[in-house]
Design a protein around this ligand. Structure first.
Ligand code: 2YC
Length: 283
């Protein structure tokens, strides 16, 4: 999992309104509606997001706290309409504080796992898979009807594979490419999936790109035109500066917002689903 740097997330809270407006221009939907699509959540869940406080818990293990990370997560959750706060203390003391303050959910991340948990339902979500669905939902909204269209997925890690599954459910055919062939091998005989043997072949297969690699400059200005759409969760951004300068409006990217928003919406759906089932059992 790529570890964000302080400079990657600086200014997220201050530019949330502007980023939401950019997402609306690119996809027709704002951050929260994209996340609700990623979670396959009925519109009624929009209300569900606001029912219990969420504690964001700094974690000092491993490489330690990333300056601004917890505050950025809190800002994103608050932007979705959730009652979110950062605990005063980190680690175990922070968890005690979260529980004692009546939080219904907690968001925390160490160097290996980034998750959001719901106490009542025991539901959990994980950042990478949710990020894949968040960016895939944005690409699907921007592209319109994906049935019969091909999407190229660059990078077949958890994010890329999660996006590929979501985009397949939207009716797309997928072309996957990864430098590590063991990651794409499982897809080579799956209907509606193809594995590209080179980056060039993958880029030539479509003008809808999902860039989920850890490489820089995967997509260049010569790979794009006015019809191209790119969803790029990869950190660092896998699009060259020249491509960004010329086609920035066609490139959906942020370091944390869509992933956290998708996690939050998926957790509400999962938690409500469990509680709904339990109510059904009780009923
Ligand atoms: O500040 C803190 O609490 C740190 N322990 C947070 C470490 C997050 C490490 N993970 C990442 O930087 C990225 C994020 C996009 C989420 C997943 N990986």
């Amino acid at each position: 999992m790529t570890r964000l740097r302080e400079e990657d997330i600086a200014g997220i809270e201050a530019r949330l309104v502007r980023h939401d407006a950019e997402l609306r221009r690119q996809t027709g939907a704002g951050l929260r509606d994209i996340a609700l699509c990623a979670a396959s959540a009925p519109r009624r869940f929009a209300r569900q997001l606001q029912d219990r406080p969420v504690a964001v818990l700094p974690v000092t293990t491993g490489q330690g706290i990333i300056g601004g990370f917890s505050e950025s997560v809190r800002g994103i959750l608050a932007f979705l309409g959730m009652d979110a706060f950062v605990t005063q203390r980190p680690d175990v003391a922070g968890l005690v504080e979260a529980v004692e303050s009546g939080a219904g959910q907690v968001f925390l991340a160490d160097d290996d796992t980034c998750t959001m948990l719901d106490f009542a339902s025991h539901a959990t979500v994980e950042n990478s898979a949710a990020t894949g669905r968040g960016f895939a939902a944005a690409l699907a909204l921007a592209a319109g009807d994906l049935r019969g269209r091909t999407v190229t997925v660059l990078g077949a890690g958890i994010v890329g594979r999660s996006a590929a599954a979501y985009l397949r459910d939207c009716g797309a055919d997928l072309v996957l490419y990864d430098t590590d062939e063991t990651r794409t091998a499982p897809f080579s005989h799956r209907p509606h999936f193809a594995v590209a043997r080179s980056l060039r072949e993958a880029l030539d297969a479509s003008n809808l790109y999902f860039e989920a690699t850890t490489a820089r400059g995967t997509i260049d200005v010569s790979d794009m035109d006015e019809e191209t759409l790119v969803a790029a969760p990869g950190i660092p951004l896998g699009v060259t500066d020249a491509a960004l300068a010329r086609y920035g409006a066609h490139i959906i990217h942020d370091p944390l917002e869509l992933g956290v928003a998708a996690m939050a919406c998926e957790l509400q759906v999962a938690a409500a689903g469990v509680l709904f089932d339990e109510n059904k059992k009780i009923g």
